[in-house]
Design a protein around this ligand. Structure first.
Ligand code: CA
Length: 224
């Protein structure tokens, strides 16, 4: 899961970035509205955490431009305690949720998980189940045939993206972007290695290669 964090406050930004990283998210952090707008125009993110009070382009403008482009990436806005107007305006302009600063990291993480669930086809249950595999985004536990198994952080992230998009073909670029942030060194065959490892766990046919495009997994029987 790749998050764009937009926050101009160094201390809050750094703390939030660290917390999200530790929870397994890939985080790209920008400190101005202009950079956020550019990033959202050119890259894929699964979620956006957007401070509204930013230098230059405001958070509200960033949000407006995003929705005007027809982009429905889930956005959680961060607002100051005393600015009810901002909160209302943000929600009216297409934000999916908000948090008032200062906030607890645990609440941010829970709200982001809820947004992910909603955006992944209105999935009500917090568990992702696919055949013999079940993945719990909150506890980071993956079970296979009823037994918990250990996956690396990136294998876990890749599995989660694939499960949330079962039945859809995901491009190599999209998958690589959801596993690695800017400035992270990525081997050209890094994605293949993670795919290979997941196939070793769950069977060769679990992930299908779509030549020239990317990868996909079948829709599971219990998914609609
Ligand atoms: Ca700010």
């Amino acid at each position: 899961m790749r998050i764009l964090l937009v926050e101009d406050d160094e201390l809050l930004g750094e703390g939030t970035r660290k917390g999200l990283n530790q929870d397994g998210y890939t985080v790209d952090w920008v400190k101005t509205g202009t950079l956020a707008d550019q990033a959202l125009k050119t890259e894929n993110f699964d979620l956006v955490v957007l401070d509204l009070g930013l230098p230059g382009l405001s958070g509200i403008a960033v949000l407006e431009y995003l929705r005007d482009r027809g982009d429905d990436t889930p956005v959680l806005i961060l607002t100051a305690r005393d600015s009810i107007e901002d909160r209302v305006l943000g929600l009216d302009k297409g934000a999916d949720d908000y948090l008032v600063k200062p906030f607890e990291l645990n609440e941010l993480l829970a709200r982001l998980r809820a947004l992910q669930r909603r955006s992944a086809g209105a999935r009500a249950a917090p568990l992702l189940v696919h055949g013999d595999i079940s993945l719990d985004p909150a506890s980071h536990i993956v079970s296979y045939k009823g037994e918990p198994i250990n996956l690396s952080r990136r294998e876990f992230a890749l599995l989660q993206v694939l499960l949330e998009n079962a039945g859809r073909v995901l491009s190599r670029e999209h998958l690589t972007q959801s596993l690695y942030g800017w400035g992270e060194e990525v081997d050209s065959n890094a994605l293949e290695v993670h795919v290979h490892n997941l196939r070793k766990r769950f069977g060769q046919d679990f992930i299908r290669t779509v030549r020239g495009i990317g990868y996909t997994i079948e829709k599971s029987k219990d998914q609609k």
